[in-house]
Design a protein. Structure first.
Length: 346
C-alpha cells in the first residue's frame, strides 16, 4: 500500500518552538521591568504631590498664627525685662533660649529661623472684665461667665486655658497674662460692686494671673497699668515656631503648657527640611511690598513698631539620592498690626 504524504499542515518544528518560547520569555521579562518602573514613577509622583499638599497645609497653619498675632501695648521685654523689644512677634537672633530648636544664620539671612509669636486663639469667644483692674495692685481679674459652648474657662475643662490677652476698653493697653488659676464663682453678691443681694444668684470667673516670663525664664515686673470695666479678654497662646533639633520636624512649642505640636513631619528617610525661614517687612515711606523687601527681624524699637507683614519660606530636599528640592513661600499680612499701625509708619 502506498503511503500518502501529508503537506501544508500548520505546525512548528522544535527549533521554531524553542525560538518562540525564548522571545516570549524576553517579552515577559521586559514587561515586568516596565511595570516596576511605572509603579516606581507613579509612587514618586504621588509622594511628591503628597509632600506639596503637606507643605502648603503647614504654611497655612503658620500663616493663620501670624495673621492672629496680637500687638502688645506697651511692649514687653524679650532679652531682658524692660527692653521693650517684644510687641507680640519676634524673630530670635539666637537659639540660646530655645535649646530644642535648630538655629542657623549667616550674614543677612537665616537658614533656620526661630519665631516667637503671641496670637489670639481662633474659635474661642471672649469675656469681659466686670470691675476695673490694675496690674500692679492685684492678681485677681473678675470676668463675665457664659456656660454656652465656645466660651472659655468652663468648670471642669480638661484643657484649661493658660494665657489671656486683655485689651483695655479705652484701647490704651493690650497686655498678655499667664493664668495661674481660674475659679468659677456662684454667689449672691453682685459682682460689680460686691454688694450682697438676698435671693439673687450671680456667676462669674475669677482669674489669678501674672505677667508671663521672658524666653530665658526670667520674670517680668508688674506694671501700673489699669483696665476699665468692660475690657475684653481673649484666650491667647505664645508659641515658638522652629525646626526641632532632635528629629527635624517643624514644630510649634507652646510656652505656657510646654506642649509640642508637629506642624510638618518630613519623614527624614524620604525628605528633609533644607530651609525654614521667616523674614519680616516693616512699612515705611516708599517701601514696596515684594519678596526682596523682607529681611531679618529688626533690633530697634522704631523698626519693630512698623512691622506689618511676614514671609515664610520652607524648602525640602529629596533624600532618595536625587538633587530635587521643593520650595514654597507664603506671604502673611499681620492683620492686627495693620489695624493699629503707628502714624509714623504710614
Amino acid at each position: 500500500m502506498r503511503t500518502k504524504l501529508i503537506r501544508n499542515q500548520n505546525a512548528f518544528s522544535l527549533t521554531e518552538l524553542l525560538i518562540g518560547t525564548g522571545l516570549l520569555g524576553l517579552l515577559a521579562l521586559g514587561s515586568s521591568e516596565l511595570l516596576v518602573r511605572l509603579n516606581r514613577t507613579s509612587s514618586g509622583i504621588i509622594s511628591a504631590e503628597s509632600a506639596k499638599v503637606e507643605v502648603l497645609s503647614s504654611l497655612d497653619v503658620m500663616g493663620a498664627t501670624l495673621f492672629n498675632a496680637a500687638p502688645l501695648q506697651p511692649k514687653e521685654g524679650l532679652l531682658a525685662d524692660g527692653d521693650a523689644l517684644y510687641k507680640g512677634l519676634a524673630g530670635m537672633a539666637s537659639g540660646a533660649s530655645f535649646p530644642f530648636c535648630r538655629f542657623e544664620a549667616g550674614g543677612a539671612s537665616e537658614r533656620f529661623s526661630i519665631a516667637r509669636v503671641s496670637a489670639i486663639r481662633g474659635r474661642v469667644r471672649t469675656e469681659t472684665t466686670l470691675r476695673p483692674w490694675n496690674e500692679s495692685s492685684s492678681d485677681k481679674i473678675r470676668l463675665s461667665f457664659h456656660s454656652e459652648a465656645g466660651y472659655p474657662f468652663q468648670p471642669g475643662a480638661t484643657v484649661p486655658e493658660k494665657e489671656i490677652l486683655l485689651i483695655d476698653g479705652d484701647n490704651l493697653s493690650t497686655r498678655r497674662y499667664r493664668v495661674k488659676r481660674a475659679d468659677h464663682i456662684v454667689t449672691d453678691r453682685e459682682p460689680y460692686a460686691d454688694v450682697q443681694v438676698p435671693g439673687a444668684t450671680y456667676e462669674y470667673t475669677e482669674l489669678t494671673v501674672e505677667p508671663p516670663p521672658l524666653p530665658n525664664a526670667a520674670s517680668q515686673a508688674r506694671m501700673p497699668i489699669s483696665f476699665i470695666s468692660g475690657s475684653t479678654a481673649y484666650v491667647a497662646s505664645t508659641q515658638v515656631l522652629c525646626v526641632a533639633g532632635d528629629d527635624g520636624t517643624l514644630i510649634a512649642h507652646d510656652e505656657a503648657t510646654g506642649q509640642r505640636t508637629v506642624i510638618y513631619d518630613p519623614r527624614p528617610d524620604k525628605v528633609r527640611i533644607e530651609t525654614f525661614n521667616i523674614s519680616y517687612f516693616a512699612t515705611k515711606s516708599g517701601a514696596i511690598l515684594d519678596p526682596s523687601s523682607y529681611g531679618l527681624f529688626p533690633g530697634t524699637i522704631d523698626a519693630i513698631d512698623c512691622i506689618n507683614a511676614a514671609m515664610i519660606t520652607l524648602e525640602l530636599k529629596d533624600q532618595a539620592g536625587s538633587a530635587r528640592t521643593l520650595r514654597r513661600q507664603k506671604q502673611v499680612l499681620l492683620n492686627n498690626y495693620n489695624i493699629r499701625r503707628p502714624m509714623a509708619c504710614r
